[in-house]
Every structure is written in C-alpha cells, then in structure tokens.
Design a protein around this ligand. Structure first.
Ligand code: MG
Length: 157
C-alpha cells in the first residue's frame, strides 16, 4: 500500500468560470489559473502522484506549457490515474477536503464525487469529498481563494 497527500490553492478571478471537483458552478466567481484552475482535482492529482512516487502536478503538466492552457483538469486526473495504472497500482480510495467561504458546496458534493469517480474509473463509494469554511480566518477566510487537500491510497495490483 502507498499513501499520498495533495494540496492546492487558487485565487478568485473575476470573469472566469468556477470549476471544482469537475463540476461547473454557474454564476459563481471562478479561480485564476493556467488550466481550468480546479483546485480540488489538482489536490487529488498531487495525492495520486505522491502516492506513486511520481513527483507532482507541475512536473507532469507544467503550468507554462501551452498544451495545458484552459485544460479540463478531469483529463489531467485521468492521465495521472493511467500513469499509476501503468506502474501496476490501483487507486483504493480518495478523500478530499475543500476549504472555501463561498459558494456553499454541500449541495454539489454528490456531483463532485461522481465526476471524480468517473475520471478515476472508481466506484463512487471510493471517493469522499468534504467541504468546510475557514471560519473567517486568514486569506481563505477573507474570501481570497479556494483551497483543497486530498489523500489517496494505492495498492499493488
Ligand atoms: Mg492548481
């Protein structure tokens, strides 16, 4: 068994669509970033790559590479899963915490779980997404951005 941890944070940016966990949030302020800025999927990708000893998201999907401009992070997540699979590992489960003052994420968690499970070819019960606010503390508490942490467990096939 191998475990990995991931973390990501993106600032809000006016005029960008908000995408979290592969789900679009219409009418919400989006996040700045080279790709779709999906901090949730980026944290999961780092957890998966970390568990496999494959470095981090920046190594495999460099932010200055035009190929990833506006990229759908679900595609990057699937690519990370494929790399892990090629190494002979399978993903057992993924657990995520999203930290945001807004929007209220609870109603969208089932959709995020399904989108993540689909990208990873996992059953939905292998994916868990939690959301919390930062209780008004610090940059996230002031509503400057959204952060996510994730852990992933791999086993040898
Ligand atoms: Mg990111």
């Amino acid at each position: 068994m191998r475990i990995g941890i991931g973390y990501d944070i993106h600032r809000y940016a006016e005029g960008r669509p908000l995408v979290l966990g592969g789900v679009h949030f219409p009418e919400e302020t989006g996040l700045s970033g080279h790709s779709d800025a999906d901090a949730v999927l980026h944290a999961i990708i780092d957890a998966l790559l970390g568990a496999a000893g494959l470095g981090d998201i920046g190594r495999h999907f460099p932010p200055d590479d035009p190929a990833y401009a506006g990229a759908d992070s679900r595609v990057l997540l699937r690519r990370a899963q494929e790399m892990i699979s090629e190494m002979g590992y399978r993903v057992e489960n993924v657990d995520v915490t999203v930290i945001a003052e807004r929007p209220r994420l609870a109603p969208y968690i089932p959709q995020m779980v399904l989108a993540i499970a689909q990208a990873l070819s996992l059953e939905p019960d292998c994916v868990n997404v939690k959301a919390t606010t930062n209780e008004g503390i610090g940059a996230i508490g002031r509503g400057e951005g959204i952060a996510a942490t994730a852990v992933a467990l791999l086993t040898e096939r």
